[in-house]
Write a protein that binds this ligand. Structure first.
Ligand SMILES: [Zn+2]
Length: 167
C-alpha cells in the first residue's frame, strides 16, 4: 500500500483532508480470524473537518462484504458491513477533561495524535461492527427455509399472549 500508515490528526482535520481507497481484507490480521474467507476488499474514506466550537474531528466511512459463518446453518454468508464513525480530537489532556462528553455529543473523543495509525482505527471499527451472531439475510438461509416448512412449533409469543388472555 502506498498510503502512509499514520496521519497527523489535527493537521488532517484542520486542512479538511480526505483519505480514501481500497484495502485488502487479509491485511487486517485481527479481522481475518473472524472471516471464513479473507478474500475481498474494504472501501474506506476518512474525512477531516472542523465542527462546532472549532472542534476538530475525523469521520470514517467503511464498506465491505464480509464472508462470515451463518450461526443458523453454519455455512458461509455474505455480510454487508457498513460503518460510519466520527471521533472528536482534543488538542491536549486539559481540553479532553473539560469537554462535557455526554452533553455535547462528544462521546467518541480522544487526544489528538500526530502519529495516528488510521489502519488500526479502521480495523478497530470493523471489529466493533461485526455482528455477534451473523445469519443469512433476506431469507437466504437454507436452515430457515427448511425450518419454515417443517416446523409446527407454536410461536412462543403467541403462547404468551394466550396465557395472558386466560388471566
Ligand atoms: Zn444460514
Amino acid at each position: 500500500m502506498s498510503e502512509q500508515a499514520v496521519i497527523d490528526c489535527l493537521a488532517f482535520a484542520q486542512d479538511a483532508r480526505v483519505l480514501e481507497g481500497v484495502a485488502a481484507l487479509q491485511d487486517f490480521t485481527r479481522l481475518r480470524d473472524a472471516l471464513t474467507n479473507p478474500a475481498g476488499a474494504l472501501r474506506y474514506r476518512i474525512t477531516g473537518g472542523v465542527g462546532h466550537m472549532r472542534r476538530r474531528f475525523l469521520k470514517l466511512e467503511l464498506q465491505a462484504d464480509l464472508e462470515l459463518q451463518c450461526q443458523r446453518c453454519l455455512q458461509d454468508c455474505t455480510w454487508p458491513l457498513v460503518v460510519k464513525a466520527q471521533i472528536w480530537l482534543a488538542r491536549h489532556e486539559d481540553e479532553l477533561a473539560a469537554w462535557d462528553r455526554e452533553a455535547d455529543g462528544l462521546e467518541d473523543a480522544m487526544l489528538a495524535d500526530e502519529q495516528f495509525d488510521w489502519m488500526e482505527w479502521i480495523e478497530e471499527e470493523m471489529l466493533l461492527a461485526l455482528p455477534t451472531a451473523p445469519i443469512h439475510l433476506d431469507n437466504a438461509c437454507p436452515a430457515s427455509i427448511i425450518g419454515a416448512v417443517s416446523s409446527k412449533r407454536p410461536n412462543p409469543f403467541a403462547v404468551l399472549a394466550a396465557l395472558k388472555q386466560k388471566n
